[in-house]
Write a protein that binds this ligand. Structure first.
Ligand code: TYM
Length: 333
Protein backbone atom coordinates (compact mmCIF):
# COMPACT_ATOMS: atom_id res chain seq x y z
CA UNK A 1 0.00 0.00 0.00
CA UNK A 2 1.37 3.44 -0.89
CA UNK A 3 2.21 5.61 2.07
CA UNK A 4 1.00 9.14 2.74
CA UNK A 5 3.04 11.45 4.99
CA UNK A 6 2.31 15.03 6.00
CA UNK A 7 2.97 17.39 8.88
CA UNK A 8 2.06 20.66 10.57
CA UNK A 9 4.29 22.94 12.62
CA UNK A 10 3.07 23.71 16.15
CA UNK A 11 4.15 27.33 15.84
CA UNK A 12 0.83 28.84 16.89
CA UNK A 13 -2.85 27.99 16.51
CA UNK A 14 -4.36 26.29 13.48
CA UNK A 15 -5.91 28.43 10.76
CA UNK A 16 -8.59 27.81 8.15
CA UNK A 17 -5.67 27.57 5.68
CA UNK A 18 -4.19 24.62 7.57
CA UNK A 19 -7.60 22.99 7.69
CA UNK A 20 -8.60 23.38 4.02
CA UNK A 21 -5.10 23.07 2.56
CA UNK A 22 -4.07 20.09 4.66
CA UNK A 23 -6.02 18.48 7.52
CA UNK A 24 -9.38 18.17 5.77
CA UNK A 25 -7.71 16.29 2.92
CA UNK A 26 -5.64 14.14 5.27
CA UNK A 27 -8.90 12.94 6.80
CA UNK A 28 -10.22 11.98 3.35
CA UNK A 29 -7.08 10.02 2.47
CA UNK A 30 -7.54 7.63 5.39
CA UNK A 31 -8.80 4.30 4.14
CA UNK A 32 -7.72 1.11 2.42
CA UNK A 33 -6.02 2.90 -0.46
CA UNK A 34 -3.19 4.41 1.64
CA UNK A 35 -1.25 3.91 4.82
CA UNK A 36 -1.47 7.39 6.40
CA UNK A 37 1.18 8.94 8.66
CA UNK A 38 0.58 12.41 10.14
CA UNK A 39 3.03 14.33 12.27
CA UNK A 40 3.13 17.40 14.51
CA UNK A 41 6.56 18.65 13.44
CA UNK A 42 7.89 20.21 16.65
CA UNK A 43 11.51 20.02 15.46
CA UNK A 44 10.56 22.21 12.51
CA UNK A 45 8.82 24.71 14.79
CA UNK A 46 12.01 25.54 16.71
CA UNK A 47 13.82 26.72 13.57
CA UNK A 48 12.44 30.04 14.79
CA UNK A 49 12.23 30.87 18.51
CA UNK A 50 9.42 29.16 20.43
CA UNK A 51 8.68 29.73 24.07
CA UNK A 52 8.86 26.22 25.65
CA UNK A 53 5.50 26.38 27.43
CA UNK A 54 3.80 27.73 24.30
CA UNK A 55 5.43 25.06 22.15
CA UNK A 56 4.11 22.32 24.43
CA UNK A 57 0.61 23.83 24.37
CA UNK A 58 0.67 24.32 20.58
CA UNK A 59 1.82 20.73 20.01
CA UNK A 60 -1.17 19.46 21.97
CA UNK A 61 -3.51 21.91 20.30
CA UNK A 62 -2.43 20.91 16.80
CA UNK A 63 -2.80 17.23 17.72
CA UNK A 64 -6.26 17.98 19.14
CA UNK A 65 -7.19 19.84 15.94
CA UNK A 66 -6.21 16.86 13.85
CA UNK A 67 -8.15 14.44 16.06
CA UNK A 68 -11.19 16.72 16.22
CA UNK A 69 -11.20 17.05 12.42
CA UNK A 70 -11.38 13.29 12.02
CA UNK A 71 -7.83 11.93 11.98
CA UNK A 72 -8.39 8.52 13.52
CA UNK A 73 -5.40 7.34 15.58
CA UNK A 74 -6.40 3.74 14.90
CA UNK A 75 -6.34 4.16 11.11
CA UNK A 76 -3.49 6.69 10.91
CA UNK A 77 -0.16 6.92 12.66
CA UNK A 78 -0.33 10.24 14.55
CA UNK A 79 2.68 11.46 16.56
CA UNK A 80 5.02 14.35 17.25
CA UNK A 81 8.31 14.39 15.40
CA UNK A 82 10.75 14.77 18.31
CA UNK A 83 9.66 11.44 19.82
CA UNK A 84 10.98 9.63 16.75
CA UNK A 85 14.72 10.39 16.72
CA UNK A 86 15.10 8.64 13.36
CA UNK A 87 13.88 11.86 11.71
CA UNK A 88 16.93 13.78 12.97
CA UNK A 89 19.29 10.95 12.10
CA UNK A 90 18.14 10.72 8.50
CA UNK A 91 18.13 14.53 8.24
CA UNK A 92 21.86 14.54 9.02
CA UNK A 93 22.54 12.13 6.17
CA UNK A 94 20.46 14.36 3.88
CA UNK A 95 22.38 17.45 5.07
CA UNK A 96 25.37 15.76 3.49
CA UNK A 97 23.49 14.96 0.26
CA UNK A 98 21.68 18.26 -0.36
CA UNK A 99 23.63 21.28 -1.65
CA UNK A 100 23.75 24.77 -0.13
CA UNK A 101 22.63 26.20 -3.48
CA UNK A 102 19.41 24.15 -3.38
CA UNK A 103 18.51 25.55 0.03
CA UNK A 104 19.43 29.07 -1.09
CA UNK A 105 16.85 28.87 -3.87
CA UNK A 106 13.89 28.03 -1.58
CA UNK A 107 11.40 30.89 -1.76
CA UNK A 108 10.31 30.35 1.85
CA UNK A 109 13.90 30.69 3.04
CA UNK A 110 14.31 33.84 0.97
CA UNK A 111 11.07 35.30 2.38
CA UNK A 112 11.80 34.40 5.98
CA UNK A 113 15.48 35.25 5.94
CA UNK A 114 14.78 38.49 4.06
CA UNK A 115 17.77 40.77 4.11
CA UNK A 116 19.00 39.32 7.37
CA UNK A 117 20.04 35.76 6.51
CA UNK A 118 23.10 36.04 8.77
CA UNK A 119 20.92 36.26 11.86
CA UNK A 120 18.76 33.20 11.07
CA UNK A 121 19.27 29.81 12.68
CA UNK A 122 21.21 27.17 10.78
CA UNK A 123 18.14 24.98 11.31
CA UNK A 124 15.92 27.34 9.33
CA UNK A 125 18.31 27.10 6.38
CA UNK A 126 18.46 23.28 6.57
CA UNK A 127 14.70 22.96 7.15
CA UNK A 128 13.89 21.36 3.75
CA UNK A 129 16.43 18.64 4.41
CA UNK A 130 14.62 17.65 7.64
CA UNK A 131 11.35 17.78 5.73
CA UNK A 132 12.75 15.38 3.11
CA UNK A 133 13.81 13.08 5.95
CA UNK A 134 10.27 13.18 7.42
CA UNK A 135 8.85 11.94 4.15
CA UNK A 136 11.53 9.53 2.97
CA UNK A 137 11.98 7.87 6.38
CA UNK A 138 8.72 6.08 5.60
CA UNK A 139 9.25 5.79 1.84
CA UNK A 140 6.11 7.90 1.51
CA UNK A 141 5.11 8.58 -2.09
CA UNK A 142 2.10 10.88 -1.55
CA UNK A 143 2.39 14.16 0.34
CA UNK A 144 -0.83 16.18 0.67
CA UNK A 145 0.13 19.82 1.27
CA UNK A 146 -1.02 23.33 0.42
CA UNK A 147 0.48 25.17 -2.53
CA UNK A 148 3.13 26.88 -0.36
CA UNK A 149 4.89 23.56 0.35
CA UNK A 150 5.19 22.44 -3.28
CA UNK A 151 8.77 23.59 -3.69
CA UNK A 152 9.87 21.73 -0.55
CA UNK A 153 8.31 18.50 -1.77
CA UNK A 154 10.07 18.95 -5.11
CA UNK A 155 13.36 19.36 -3.26
CA UNK A 156 12.60 16.08 -1.51
CA UNK A 157 12.58 14.46 -4.95
CA UNK A 158 15.96 16.02 -5.74
CA UNK A 159 17.45 14.71 -2.50
CA UNK A 160 16.07 11.20 -3.14
CA UNK A 161 17.39 11.23 -6.70
CA UNK A 162 20.86 12.44 -5.69
CA UNK A 163 21.12 9.87 -2.90
CA UNK A 164 20.09 7.07 -5.28
CA UNK A 165 22.53 8.33 -7.90
CA UNK A 166 25.52 8.90 -5.60
CA UNK A 167 25.21 5.50 -3.90
CA UNK A 168 24.09 3.70 -7.09
CA UNK A 169 20.94 2.34 -5.47
CA UNK A 170 17.25 2.49 -6.20
CA UNK A 171 16.28 2.99 -2.58
CA UNK A 172 14.33 6.19 -1.97
CA UNK A 173 11.10 6.59 -3.97
CA UNK A 174 10.22 9.69 -5.91
CA UNK A 175 7.54 11.56 -3.97
CA UNK A 176 4.48 13.32 -5.42
CA UNK A 177 3.04 16.45 -3.84
CA UNK A 178 -0.76 16.05 -3.71
CA UNK A 179 -2.20 19.53 -4.22
CA UNK A 180 -5.82 19.06 -5.24
CA UNK A 181 -9.01 20.98 -4.61
CA UNK A 182 -10.17 24.58 -4.65
CA UNK A 183 -8.49 26.04 -1.56
CA UNK A 184 -4.83 25.09 -1.89
CA UNK A 185 -3.75 28.65 -1.19
CA UNK A 186 -6.12 30.32 1.26
CA UNK A 187 -5.40 34.05 1.28
CA UNK A 188 -5.27 36.66 3.99
CA UNK A 189 -8.76 38.18 4.52
CA UNK A 190 -7.36 41.73 4.55
CA UNK A 191 -5.03 41.35 1.56
CA UNK A 192 -5.89 38.89 -1.18
CA UNK A 193 -2.33 38.80 -2.48
CA UNK A 194 -0.85 37.36 0.73
CA UNK A 195 -1.30 33.89 2.22
CA UNK A 196 -3.37 33.36 5.38
CA UNK A 197 -0.85 32.36 8.05
CA UNK A 198 -0.61 31.57 11.75
CA UNK A 199 1.81 34.41 12.29
CA UNK A 200 0.26 37.36 10.39
CA UNK A 201 0.20 40.52 12.51
CA UNK A 202 -3.57 41.12 12.68
CA UNK A 203 -6.00 38.49 13.93
CA UNK A 204 -8.63 39.91 11.53
CA UNK A 205 -6.69 38.54 8.56
CA UNK A 206 -7.18 34.88 9.46
CA UNK A 207 -9.83 32.49 10.71
CA UNK A 208 -8.51 30.42 13.62
CA UNK A 209 -9.88 26.93 14.18
CA UNK A 210 -10.79 28.01 17.69
CA UNK A 211 -12.67 31.21 16.74
CA UNK A 212 -16.26 31.34 17.99
CA UNK A 213 -19.27 31.89 15.70
CA UNK A 214 -19.45 35.67 16.25
CA UNK A 215 -15.76 36.13 15.54
CA UNK A 216 -15.98 34.10 12.33
CA UNK A 217 -19.01 36.10 11.16
CA UNK A 218 -17.29 39.41 11.96
CA UNK A 219 -14.07 38.44 10.18
CA UNK A 220 -15.87 37.44 6.98
CA UNK A 221 -18.08 40.54 7.25
CA UNK A 222 -14.97 42.75 7.42
CA UNK A 223 -13.03 40.76 4.82
CA UNK A 224 -11.72 43.05 2.14
CA UNK A 225 -13.40 42.73 -1.29
CA UNK A 226 -13.87 44.80 -4.42
CA UNK A 227 -17.24 46.45 -5.03
CA UNK A 228 -18.53 44.21 -7.88
CA UNK A 229 -21.00 41.37 -7.32
CA UNK A 230 -20.01 37.74 -7.87
CA UNK A 231 -19.43 36.88 -11.55
CA UNK A 232 -21.60 34.32 -13.37
CA UNK A 233 -18.63 32.16 -14.40
CA UNK A 234 -15.24 31.29 -12.91
CA UNK A 235 -13.33 33.26 -15.57
CA UNK A 236 -14.87 36.39 -14.04
CA UNK A 237 -12.75 35.81 -10.90
CA UNK A 238 -9.63 36.59 -12.92
CA UNK A 239 -7.82 39.57 -11.41
CA UNK A 240 -10.13 39.56 -8.36
CA UNK A 241 -8.01 37.79 -5.73
CA UNK A 242 -10.26 38.61 -2.74
CA UNK A 243 -13.41 37.44 -4.52
CA UNK A 244 -11.67 34.31 -5.72
CA UNK A 245 -10.46 33.54 -2.21
CA UNK A 246 -13.91 33.75 -0.63
CA UNK A 247 -15.48 31.66 -3.41
CA UNK A 248 -12.76 29.02 -3.07
CA UNK A 249 -13.17 28.89 0.70
CA UNK A 250 -16.91 28.34 0.24
CA UNK A 251 -16.29 25.65 -2.40
CA UNK A 252 -13.85 23.75 -0.21
CA UNK A 253 -16.08 23.91 2.90
CA UNK A 254 -19.13 22.75 0.91
CA UNK A 255 -17.20 20.13 -1.10
CA UNK A 256 -18.30 21.63 -4.42
CA UNK A 257 -16.45 23.41 -7.23
CA UNK A 258 -16.06 27.20 -7.51
CA UNK A 259 -18.32 27.02 -10.62
CA UNK A 260 -21.01 25.37 -8.51
CA UNK A 261 -20.68 28.11 -5.89
CA UNK A 262 -21.23 30.78 -8.55
CA UNK A 263 -24.24 28.85 -9.86
CA UNK A 264 -25.66 28.70 -6.36
CA UNK A 265 -25.30 32.51 -5.90
CA UNK A 266 -25.87 33.92 -9.39
CA UNK A 267 -24.62 37.52 -9.47
CA UNK A 268 -24.99 37.87 -5.69
CA UNK A 269 -23.63 40.92 -3.87
CA UNK A 270 -21.34 40.67 -0.84
CA UNK A 271 -24.26 41.48 1.46
CA UNK A 272 -25.73 38.11 0.46
CA UNK A 273 -22.63 36.02 -0.03
CA UNK A 274 -20.59 36.93 3.06
CA UNK A 275 -23.28 35.94 5.61
CA UNK A 276 -23.86 32.67 3.72
CA UNK A 277 -20.15 31.95 3.79
CA UNK A 278 -19.93 32.76 7.51
CA UNK A 279 -22.88 30.49 8.24
CA UNK A 280 -21.30 27.61 6.32
CA UNK A 281 -17.93 28.13 8.04
CA UNK A 282 -19.53 28.12 11.47
CA UNK A 283 -21.54 25.01 10.62
CA UNK A 284 -18.34 23.17 9.64
CA UNK A 285 -15.91 24.58 12.21
CA UNK A 286 -18.02 24.82 15.39
CA UNK A 287 -18.17 21.05 16.01
CA UNK A 288 -14.41 20.80 15.45
CA UNK A 289 -13.55 23.62 17.83
CA UNK A 290 -15.92 22.19 20.46
CA UNK A 291 -14.18 18.83 20.22
CA UNK A 292 -10.74 20.51 20.33
CA UNK A 293 -11.71 22.20 23.59
CA UNK A 294 -12.82 18.90 25.08
CA UNK A 295 -9.61 17.15 24.00
CA UNK A 296 -7.22 19.86 25.20
CA UNK A 297 -8.86 19.79 28.64
CA UNK A 298 -7.15 16.40 29.10
CA UNK A 299 -3.55 16.91 27.93
CA UNK A 300 -2.40 13.61 29.46
CA UNK A 301 -4.69 11.72 27.11
CA UNK A 302 -3.27 13.56 24.07
CA UNK A 303 0.27 12.83 25.29
CA UNK A 304 -0.61 9.13 25.60
CA UNK A 305 -2.00 9.05 22.06
CA UNK A 306 1.09 10.79 20.66
CA UNK A 307 3.42 8.42 22.51
CA UNK A 308 1.57 5.40 21.15
CA UNK A 309 1.73 6.86 17.64
CA UNK A 310 5.45 7.51 18.05
CA UNK A 311 6.01 3.89 18.98
CA UNK A 312 4.34 2.75 15.77
CA UNK A 313 6.27 5.34 13.74
CA UNK A 314 9.61 4.14 15.15
CA UNK A 315 8.79 0.59 14.09
CA UNK A 316 8.17 1.75 10.52
CA UNK A 317 11.20 4.07 10.47
CA UNK A 318 13.99 1.98 11.99
CA UNK A 319 14.38 -0.60 9.19
CA UNK A 320 14.57 2.18 6.58
CA UNK A 321 17.12 4.14 8.63
CA UNK A 322 19.17 0.95 9.19
CA UNK A 323 19.25 0.24 5.49
CA UNK A 324 20.23 3.88 4.74
CA UNK A 325 23.16 3.79 7.17
CA UNK A 326 24.24 0.51 5.68
CA UNK A 327 24.17 1.95 2.13
CA UNK A 328 26.20 4.97 3.28
CA UNK A 329 28.87 2.71 4.78
CA UNK A 330 28.35 3.11 8.49
CA UNK A 331 29.63 0.15 10.50
CA UNK A 332 26.72 -1.48 12.34
CA UNK A 333 27.41 -4.00 15.11
P1 TYM B 1 2.79 24.50 7.98
O1 TYM B 1 2.79 24.13 9.41
O2 TYM B 1 3.18 25.89 7.61
O3 TYM B 1 1.36 24.23 7.36
C1 TYM B 1 0.74 22.96 7.48
C2 TYM B 1 -0.05 22.63 6.22
O4 TYM B 1 -1.04 23.62 6.00
C3 TYM B 1 -0.91 24.14 4.69
N1 TYM B 1 -1.24 25.57 4.69
C4 TYM B 1 -2.07 26.14 3.82
N2 TYM B 1 -2.78 25.64 2.79
C5 TYM B 1 -3.55 26.50 2.08
N3 TYM B 1 -3.64 27.83 2.36
C6 TYM B 1 -2.94 28.38 3.39
N4 TYM B 1 -3.04 29.67 3.66
C7 TYM B 1 -2.11 27.53 4.16
N5 TYM B 1 -1.30 27.72 5.24
C8 TYM B 1 -0.77 26.52 5.54
C9 TYM B 1 0.55 23.94 4.32
O5 TYM B 1 0.74 23.91 2.92
C10 TYM B 1 0.82 22.60 4.97
O6 TYM B 1 0.41 21.54 4.13
N6 TYM B 1 7.02 22.49 6.19
C11 TYM B 1 5.63 22.21 6.54
C12 TYM B 1 5.49 21.11 7.56
C13 TYM B 1 6.18 19.84 7.24
C14 TYM B 1 5.78 18.87 6.27
C15 TYM B 1 6.74 17.83 6.36
C16 TYM B 1 4.73 18.79 5.37
C17 TYM B 1 7.30 19.38 7.83
N7 TYM B 1 7.64 18.15 7.30
C18 TYM B 1 6.66 16.70 5.55
C19 TYM B 1 4.65 17.67 4.56
C20 TYM B 1 5.61 16.64 4.63
C21 TYM B 1 5.01 23.48 7.10
O7 TYM B 1 5.68 24.36 7.56
O8 TYM B 1 3.67 23.45 7.13
Amino acid sequence: TPRVFSGIKPSGGLTLGNYLGAIKRWVDMQGPEFETIYCVVDLHAITVWQDPAELRAATREVAAGMLASGIDPERSVLFNQSQVSQHSELAWIFNCVARMGWMNRMTQWKEKAGKNAEAQSLGLFAYPSLMAADILLYHATHVPVGEDQKQHVELTRDIAAKFNHDYKVDFFPITEPVIEGPAMRVMNLRDGTRKMSKSGESDMERINMTDDADTIARKFQKARTDASPLPEIVDGLEGRPEARNLVEIYASLADITPAEVLARFPGAGWGTFKPALAELAVEKLAPISREMKRLTSDPAEIDRLLARGAERARELAQPILDRTLDIVGMVRG
